[in-house]
Write a protein that binds this ligand. Structure first.
Ligand code: PLP
Length: 363
């Protein structure tokens, strides 16, 4: 822990991340459960989360970009480390040199990897993404058909997994889930045999039909509720706090903040704390979110500014300069804060800026 004071800190419970990974693993008897650590492990810090999961036995990791993979590689020695974002032109040698597995996203990617492997004179490992409904990355039905007709296109591609990604896994009764499961099974059945990877966090809660050879949860590892509308089965990972910088007394009628969107309706005490939208506290929560102090809600008033937020602490005489207000914690989950921001828990966590001090409770 640093002796340098911070105005905002994110405490990450690595033991809870590991516990979440273990409980997701228990839900997936058909194969291992990977860790998805893209976007700096959803804001929690991949350099801390990676080793914690690795020490617990996790041997499969996914990130979105090459830079993320290069940064994570030394923290997860010997583990499979895959880049979800396709094969960028020119990326093959650097991926191969660092034992990073591409997730091929099109027939063009397949051809590029095949020609790279040909140049190496030996098969090179890759994961092949099949599009079963997202229309984003992955071979579409036409490309799968071409591959089926000409399996030589895969020569030199050492297929680690077929992978597909669910569109609406968090909506358990959406018929798209079964349709994608069936399309994936049909597409794989027509191609050379290889293990399969299907479920994300919410997919792990859809039932046995969505189990595969490798699950790929991200959000649930970090405590985001994979079953919205039901009690959250995951342990809380993130606690976000901000420190009060000043407390001032305002006369009735005094406006607060940019554009004076809030005005004191009574003699008020206003606390200004050191977190703002540049830290990832969305400006859209202005006038809508709460912080918590001693378990009690403290209304955020006025506009969220870049580095600061203001709170009506008139009813909280205990709040003084140096007090810490909790924005994410036992009283308010990332999913709760997301409702105030008009987004989802994923965006709340991945928005948390690098300048927020990270503190780790070890695994
Ligand atoms: C982000 C991502 C995941 C993880 O999804 P969660 O909903 O966070 O569990 C899995 N697979 C792919 C392809 C992804 O892009």
């Amino acid at each position: 822990m640093s002796a340098v004071p911070a105005s905002a800190e994110l405490e990450v419970d690595l033991a809870a991340v590991v516990a979440n990974w273990r409980s997701l693993s228990a839900r997936h008897p058909t194969g291992p459960v990977a860790g998805v650590l893209k976007a700096d492990a959803y804001g929690m810090g991949a350099a801390a989360v990676g080793p914690a999961l690795h020490a617990a036995g996790c041997r499969h990791f996914f990130v979105a970009t090459i830079d993320e993979a290069l940064a994570l590689r030394p923290h997860v020695p010997g583990a499979m480390l895959a880049v979800l974002g396709g094969l960028l032109p020119g990326a093959a040698p650097v991926l191969d040199a660092h034992d990073i597995t591409p997730v091929l996203a099109s027939l063009r990617d397949v051809e590029a990897w095949r020609s790279y492997a040909h140049g190496c004179g030996r098969p090179r490992p890759a994961i092949l993404q099949l599009d079963t409904g997202m229309a984003r990355l992955g071979l579409d039905a036409g490309e799968v058909a071409r591959l089926r007709q000409d399996p030589a296109l895969l020569e030199g591609v050492a297929l680690r997994y077929y992978l597909t990604h669910l569109v609406s896994a968090e909506i358990a009764d959406d018929p798209t889930n079964a349709a994608q499961r069936d399309r994936f099974a049909a597409a794989c059945a027509g191609l050379p045999p290889a293990p399969r990877s299907l479920a994300n966090s919410s997919g792990l809660f859809l039932g046995a039909g969505w189990q595969s050879d490798l699950a790929r949860p991200g959000a649930a590892l970090y405590g985001i509720n994979p079953v919205p509308g039901q009690p959250n089965p995951m342990r809380r990972v993130a606690t976000l706090r901000t420190q009060v910088l000043t407390v001032r007394e305002l006369a009735t009628g005094t406006p607060v903040g940019y554009n004076a969107t809030w005005t004191a309706a009574r003699t008020s005490r206003i606390a200004t704390a050191g977190i703002g939208y540049a830290d990832g506290l969305h400006r859209s929560v202005s006038g809508r979110a709460m912080a918590f102090f001693d378990g009690r809600p403290v209304p955020l008033v006025g506009r969220v500014s870049m580095d600061l937020t203001t709170y009506d602490v008139t009813d909280h005489p205990g709040i003084v300069p140096g007090s810490w207000l909790t924005l994410i914690g036992a009283e308010q989950s990332p999913d709760d804060l997301a409702i105030a921001a008009g987004t989802n828990g994923y965006e709340v966590l991945t928005s948390l800026a690098p300048r927020i001090r990270r503190l780790y409770r070890s695994a």
